[in-house]
Design a protein around this ligand. Structure first.
Ligand code: GDP
Ligand code: MG
Length: 175
């Protein structure tokens, strides 16, 4: 049956990662199926919400974008504090954003301990000719950190639905 949204289970997903890796673009692709190469950094929107229907279950995902806060790292713990999932994005064409992953994962673990689902997302898989981090290296890193790994393109939409479907399977009570 249809539940009023106020009664629906809600899960908070926070998007982390260096400025420019594509956090906002991934959220836009998932929410609206669009990609805008010229979009301006969003200011003033805390989160977007999407109702999911998986295996006869209905629940709501709240997607929290850390738009603009990347440079103000001291604000980030407030976003992480009560999240169920942390999605840490890097750009496969920017090695520095890959090297930042350890720090982002550490921030999440410091705030949440083990009580959180963490996924590393390799974005911009459409830019293969500019790739600076191999799929294998990123997958190995995720394995060593014991976190989920998905490679996506916010531009083409490749694997974006798969990412959210995968995350949904790891939500508490969804197994
Ligand atoms: P954020 O700072 O992490 O939110 O990153 P944005 O979503 O603002 O994206 C930063 C830049 O990368 C923008 O110019 C986007 O158009 C571009 N971008 C984001 N995702 C992709 C992608 O999958 N492929 C390509 N080619 N460009 C992307
Ligand atoms: Mg952004």
């Amino acid at each position: 049956g249809v539940l009023p949204s106020a009664h629906m289970k809600k899960f908070k997903i926070v998007f982390l990662g260096d400025l420019g890796v594509g956090k906002t673009s991934i959220i836009n692709q998932f929410m609206y199926g669009t990609f805008d190469p010229n979009h301006q950094p969003t200011i003033g929107i805390d989160f977007l919400s999407k109702t999911m229907y998986i295996d006869d279950r209905t629940f709501r995902l709240q997607l929290w974008d850390t738009a603009g806060q990347e440079r103000f790292r001291s604000l980030i713990p407030n976003y992480i504090r009560d999240c169920t999932v942390a999605v840490i994005v890097f750009d496969i064409t920017q090695r520095s954003s890959f090297l930042s992953l350890d720090k982002w994962v550490e921030d999440v673990k410091t705030e949440r301990g083990g009580d959180v689902v963490i996924a590393i997302v390799a974005n911009k898989s459409d830019l293969l000719e500019k790739r600076a981090v191999s799929y294998e290296e990123a997958e190995e890193k995720a394995k060593n950190l014991n976190v989920l790994f998905v490679e996506v393109s916010a531009k083409t939409g490749n694997n974006v639905k798969l990412l959210f479907g995968t995350l949904s399977k790891y939500l508490p009570g969804m197994q």
